[in-house]
Write a protein that binds this ligand. Structure first.
Ligand code: ZN
Length: 283
C-alpha cells in the first residue's frame, strides 16, 4: 500500500526551525495538483531549483512550512503564489500518477501526506472562532489563535472501505463522479455519532441496497488525497444478493468471481490489496 515504503521511513513529527538544505523537497500544491516535472518519470522540485528563497531565517520561515521527513530528506511546503516557479515544472493532477507516470512509492506517499497537510494549513489560515490570522504553535503541529486562544490540530476524516463477499464472489464498483478507469470497493465517510461498523452497514445499504453480516475489521490506511483515514472491513451479504445501485454515487456494481476480479493497476490502495487478496484466495 502507499504507506508501505520500507526500508524508507516517514518521520511525521513537526520540528520547529528546521533549515532547508538544497536537496530537500519543496512541495507546492494547487488544489489536488502538485508542482512537478514528469519528462523522465516523476520529479518533485528541490529547494535549490527555486530562485529567490530568502537567506534570512525569519523571512524564509514565513514562506516555507516544514512538513515531515522521509529518511534524511526533509519536505517543505510553500503557497503556490509565494515563489517564482522553476522552469520545466507544472502543476499536475495527483490521480494521473497512478496510471501514467513512473513514480517511486515514497514520492507518492510524500505527495499524499503533503497534500493532506497542505489542505489543513490552507483551511486554517484564519481562526474559525474569531476570524483572526492563526500562527504555528511552537512545540507541536498545531495552529494557534493568539486573539482568542483557539488551538487547531490536524484533522483526519474517517472513512470505511468495504469488501462485501457472497461465497466465491466479491462486490466491485465504479464511482460515478471520478475519472478512475478501474474498479473499487464500496466506500464512504463516517457520520458524526456513528460507529465504523454502523457506517459499513449504512454505506452498503445506500450504495448497493444490500444487508450485510459478520463485519470484520481488516487494516487501515492514510489516504491524504482526500484527507481521510481509511478502515477496511470484510463482511458477507445477508439474504438477497441482488444489487440495487445508487446511481448518484456509482455507475457500476457487479459480483466478481474469485480468480476473475478486475484488479487495480498498482499496489497503492487498501481497496486494491483487499481485492487482490480475495482474488488469490487469501481471504
Ligand atoms: Zn480566534
Amino acid at each position: 500500500m502507499i504507506q508501505d515504503i520500507a526500508p524508507h521511513k516517514l518521520d511525521n513529527q513537526y520540528y520547529m526551525g528546521v533549515a532547508p538544505e538544497d536537496d530537500d523537497v519543496l512541495l507546492v500544491f494547487d488544489g489536488k495538483k502538485v508542482l512537478c516535472n514528469t519528462e523522465n518519470g516523476l520529479h518533485l522540485p528541490m529547494v535549490s531549483e527555486f530562485a529567490g528563497i530568502p537567506q534570512d531565517d525569519a523571512k524564509r520561515d514565513a514562506l516555507l512550512t516544514y512538513l515531515f521527513a522521509i529518511d534524511e530528506k526533509h519536505f517543505f511546503m510553500a503557497d503556490k503564489d509565494a515563489l517564482a516557479l522553476p522552469d520545466g515544472f507544472t502543476f499536475q493532477d495527483v490521480w494521473r500518477f497512478r496510471r501514467d507516470v513512473a513514480s517511486s512509492q515514497e514520492d507518492m506517499f510524500a505527495i499524499a501526506t503533503g497534500l493532506h497537510l497542505s489542505h489543513w494549513y490552507q483551511h486554517n489560515k484564519y481562526c474559525g472562532c474569531c476570524g483572526s490570522r492563526t500562527e504555528h504553535a511552537k512545540a507541536e503541529r498545531a495552529l494557534f489563535c493568539k486573539e482568542c486562544g483557539n488551538m487547531i490540530y490536524p484533522r483526519l476524516v474517517p472513512a470505511v472501505i468495504i469488501a462485501v463477499t457472497n461465497g466465491d464472489s466479491i462486490l466491485v464498483t465504479k464511482y460515478g463522479d471520478r475519472d478512475l478507469p478501474f474498479y473499487a470497493l464500496v466506500a464512504g465517510f463516517v457520520e458524526i455519532g456513528e460507529t465504523l461498523e454502523e457506517c459499513v452497514q449504512r454505506e452498503v445499504m445506500e450504495e448497493v441496497g444490500l444487508h450485510v453480516k459478520n463485519i470484520r475489521y481488516y487494516k487501515s490506511q492514510p489516504w491524504g488525497i482526500v484527507d481521510d483515514l481509511l478502515a477496511g472491513f470484510w463482511c458477507e451479504v445477508d439474504g438477497d444478493p441482488t444489487i440495487h445501485l445508487d446511481y448518484q454515487e456509482l455507475k457500476e456494481g457487479i459480483w466478481a468471481k474469485r480468480g476473475e476480479v478486475p484488479l487495480q493497476p498498482d499496489n497503492y490502495s487498501l481497496t486494491g490489496e483487499m481485492m487482490r487478496m480475495f482474488n488469490e484466495g487469501r481471504a
